[in-house]
Ligand binder design. Structure first.
Ligand code: SF4
Length: 629
C-alpha cells in the first residue's frame, strides 16, 4: 500500500440517504497526486464522461468533492483540504482549499475523501465517526449563521469532531457563498457554499482516531523537523510569524500593490490604519499567533489572535483579518477603521460569503453609484458612500441574506453588472466570473497573465508569480531573477501554475513552501510519505498533468481560450498616482499568445499530443468534444 493514503473514498448520495465506500484507484496517485488532482479527475468522469449532459452547478447531479492528499496531516505544513465541484459562480471548475485539521480528522477516520451527490429534501448533516457514517436531519441547524452552527454542532457531538458548515448565504444559494470550518478557516472561492446549500447539506462533521501509515516514518520525522526549524529563519517565515498575511499591507502601501478605491487610486493616507502591523500593535492577544488546527505541523502559525472591547462592537477575542480581507473590506472601499474592518470580516464569515468577492462587488456598486449608473431607485434608498461603516455593514447583510439590492450583488460582480447594464460591466473586475483578488497586475505583469489564465478564474493562489517578481525565486527550476521580458513572465507563470497544482493536490500550505523550502526537499518528503520515488522535475510534471486536467474540465464545461482575459481597468487605465503611477499590464496579449504556444493550446491536435506526452491518453479523446476558441 502507498503511504499517506487510506485508499478509501466515502460516497454519499443525499437523494437516497445511502453511503458506500469506493476503493481509491492507486494508479491515480502517480498520475494525479491526490487532493485537487483526484477530485478533478472524479469531477471530469462523473460530469463529462459518464453522462450525456453536463449538470447545472446547483442541480443534484453536480457532485461536491472533499479531498485530502497524501501529505495532508503527516507532512510539515500539510494543513489543507480541498473542495471541488462545478462552480455556480463561473460554471467552470469550482475549487477552494481551506486550512486546519478537518482533512487530518478525515484521514484518521479512514477516508481520503468524500463525494457527495444527489440532494436532500430537508436539511441534513453528514456525521462521520471513525468509519461509521450517518446522514442526520439538520432542521435545527438550518437558519443558523456559520459560527453559531459550528458551536451548536460542537455542543451536540462533543469533543474531537471537526466540521465544515454553510451560513445563510449558502442556504439561500448566493453564488459567492463560502464554506466555513469549525476552526473558522474558509474555503472562500468559486461559490461552493451554494453547492452545499442546493443539496440542503448544512454541515459535514468528522472524527477519527486511527494512525495514518507512512512509508518511512524516521526519514519523514527528520525532514519535517528540518523544515519546521528552518521556516522561522527565512525572511518570509519571520514576517508571517510576526504579523500574518496582513503584515504585507505596509509593504504593499510602499510598492503600490494595495488596491485602493476599486483600483482607481494609487495612494491613500489612511491605509496604514488598517495594516496588519497597526492591528497587531493595538489589539494583539497574548502571543498573537495561532496554528490553523490542532495536530498540524507548522512553525509559522500565521493566524492572528486579537482582542478588544469596543463600545459599539462589544468584546471581541478571536481571529484577525488576513491580507485579502483587509484589502477587500478596507482599502477597496475606503474603510480605514480597523474595528469596523474586523466586524465586517466576522459578518462575512458568519453569513458565509467570500470576502474577496464581497469586497469587489461592493466596490463595483459604490463606483457605479458615484458615476450615477446606480441610483437610490436600484438600492432601495441606500446611498452607497465610500467608507461608510453602516452602509458597508448593511450591504454585506443584504448580500448574505439575499435581500433587496443584495440579491443582485450576491450573484457576483459579473451577473450583477449584467443585471444592472448601463455599461457597468466596463469596471466589473472578474476573470471567468470570479472576482479579482488583491495583488496588482499592473505592477506585477505576470499576475495579469496568472489571473487571465487561472483555471478557476482570477486567483492569486493558482500561480503565485507575484512572489517571483518580489524576489522569491525558484533557482531549482532555473528562475534566478525576477522576470522582465514576455518570455520570462510566461515561463514564470507556467512553472508557478504547475507547482501550485502539485501543492493543491499533495496537499500543502503554500505559506510554508515558497520562500521557505525548495522543491528538492518537498520531493524527499513525498517519497518518505508515499514510497513513490520523486524528484523536483517529477513534481513539475505531476503538477502539469493536474493543470491540464483542470483545463480539460473547463473546456468540457463550455469554456474556451476566449475566457482567458484581464479586466480592461488593468490593461487600459493607468494608475493616476502613488508608487505604481502610470503602470498598466500592457503586454497581456503578447503574453497570452506565447502562453498558448507554450501550453500547446493553439489547436486540438496540438493539445491532444500534449495530453499523450503527459500520459493522459485516456483524457485525450475528450478533446474532440471541445472548442479551443
Ligand atoms: S502557515 Fe498558517 S495556514 Fe499554513 S499551516 Fe501554518 S497556520 Fe496553517
Amino acid at each position: 500500500m502507498i503511504g499517506g493514503v487510506c485508499g478509501r473514498i466515502l460516497m454519499v448520495d443525499l437523494s437516497s440517504g445511502r453511503s458506500s465506500v469506493e476503493q481509491l484507484d492507486e494508479s491515480w496517485i502517480s498520475r494525479f497526486i491526490g487532493g485537487a488532482g483526484y477530485a478533478t479527475k472524479f469531477l471530469l468522469n462523473y460530469t463529462a464522461v459518464e453522462r450525456s449532459s453536463i449538470p447545472d452547478p446547483l442541480s443534484p447531479d453536480n457532485p461536491l468533492i472533499v479531498m485530502t492528499g497524501p501529505l495532508t496531516g503527516v507532512s510539515a505544513f500539510g494543513s489543507k483540504t480541498v473542495l471541488v465541484s462545478r462552480s455556480p459562480l463561473t460554471y467552470g471548475l469550482g475549487k477552494s482549499t481551506f486550512a486546519g485539521s478537518f482533512g487530518l480528522s478525515l484521514k484518521k477516520a479512514g477516508f481520503d475523501g468524500i463525494v457527495v451527490v444527489g440532494a436532500s429534501d430537508k436539511p441534513v448533516h453528514i456525521i462521520i465517526d471513525d468509519g461509521s457514517v450517518d446522514v442526520k436531519p439538520a432542521s435545527d441547524l438550518w437558519g443558523m449563521d456559520s459560527l453559531e452552527a459550528s458551536s451548536a454542532i460542537a455542543r451536540f457531538l462533543g469533543d474531537g469532531f471537526r466540521s465544515i458548515v454553510i451560513g445563510l448565504a449558502g442556504e439561500r444559494l448566493s453564488r459567492i457563498a463560502c464554506i466555513v470550518s469549525s476552526e473558522r478557516r474558509i474555503a472562500g472561492r468559486t461559490g461552493l457554499g451554494a453547492v452545499m446549500g442546493s443539496k440542503k447539506l448544512k454541515a459535514i462533521s468528522v472524527r477519527g482516531s486511527n494512525p495514518i501509515d507512512v512509508h518511512d516514518p524516521e526519514c519523514l520525522r527528520e525532514l519535517n523537523s528540518d523544515w519546521l526549524s528552518k521556516a522561522p529563519r527565512t525572511s518570509r517565515g519571520e514576517a508571517m510569524m510576526e504579523y500574518g498575511t496582513a503584515g504585507g499591507v505596509s509593504m504593499f502601501i510602499r510598492t503600490g500593490n494595495l488596491p485602493i478605491k476599486h483600483w482607481v487610486m494609487g495612494s491613500w493616507d489612511d491605509a496604514w490604519k488598517i495594516s496588519g502591523v497597526t492591528i497587531m500593535e493595538k489589539y494583539r492577544s497574548g502571543s498573537g499567533r495561532k496554528i490553523c488546527g490542532s495536530g498540524i505541523l507548522c512553525s509559522i502559525a500565521c493566524e492572528r489572535v486579537i482582542e478588544f472591547d469596543d463600545p459599539g462592537f462589544g468584546r471581541y477575542k478571536g481571529k484577525g483579518p488576513e491580507y485579502e480581507s483587509v484589502a477587500a473590506l478596507g482599502s477597496m472601499v475606503l474603510n480605514s477603521d480597523p474595528i469596523v474592518l474586523i466586524k465586517l470580516n466576522e459578518l462575512c464569515d458568519r453569513l458565509g460569503i467570500d470576502t474577496i468577492s464581497t469586497g469587489e462587488v461592493i466596490a463595483w456598486a459604490m463606483e457605479a453609484y458615484e458615476k450615477g449608473l446606480i441610483t437610490k431607485d436600484d438600492t432601495g434608498g441606500l446611498e452607497l458612500r465610500w467608507g461608510d461603516a453602516s452602509i458597508l455593514s448593511k450591504l454585506i447583510e443584504m448580500i448574505g441574506l439575499r435581500e433587496g439590492f443584495g440579491t443582485i450583488l450576491s450573484d457576483g460582480v459579473k451577473r450583477a453588472s449584467e443585471a444592472i447594464g448601463r455599461s457597468t460591466n466596463r469596471f466589473a473586475l472578474h476573470v471567468k466570473g470570479l472576482e479579482v483578488p488583491y495583488h496588482n497586475p499592473r505592477l506585477y505583469k505576470s499576475m495579469g497573465l496568472a489571473y487571465a489564465t487561472s483555471n478557476r478564474g482570477a486567483c492569486h493562489l493558482q500561480g503565485m508569480a507575484m512572489l517571483v517578481e518580489r524576489g522569491v525565486l525558484l533557482p531549482e527550476y532555473g528562475i534566478s531573477k525576477p522576470p522582465s521580458s514576455v518570455e520570462e513572465y510566461v515561463n514564470t507563470v507556467i512553472i508557478h501554475q504547475n507547482l501550485c497544482c502539485f501543492l493543491d493536490s499533495a496537499i500543502l500550505c503554500k505559506f510554508g513552501v515558497f520562500g521557505i523550502v525548495d522543491f528538492d526537499h518537498i520531493a524527499k518528503v513525498w517519497t518518505a510519505v508515499t514510497g513513490i520515488g520523486c524528484d523536483k522535475m517529477g513534481i513539475l510534471h505531476a503538477g502539469e498533468s493536474v493543470w491540464y486536467l483542470e483545463r480539460m474540465v473547463n473546456y468540457l464545461f463550455g469554456m474556451s481560450n476566449s475566457d482567458d482575459n484581464l479586466p480592461r481597468r488593468f490593461v487600459e487605465e493607468p494608475i493616476a498616482d502613488g508608487p505604481a503611477k502610470g503602470s498598466v499590464c500592457d503586454n497581456i496579449h503578447e503574453m497570452l499568445n506565447l502562453f498558448y504556444e507554450c501550453r500547446s493550446l493553439r489547436s486540438i491536435e496540438e493539445l491532444k499530443s500534449k495530453l499523450h506526452m503527459l500520459g493522459l491518453e485516456d483524457i485525450a479523446p475528450l478533446a474532440d468534444r471541445i472548442k479551443l476558441n
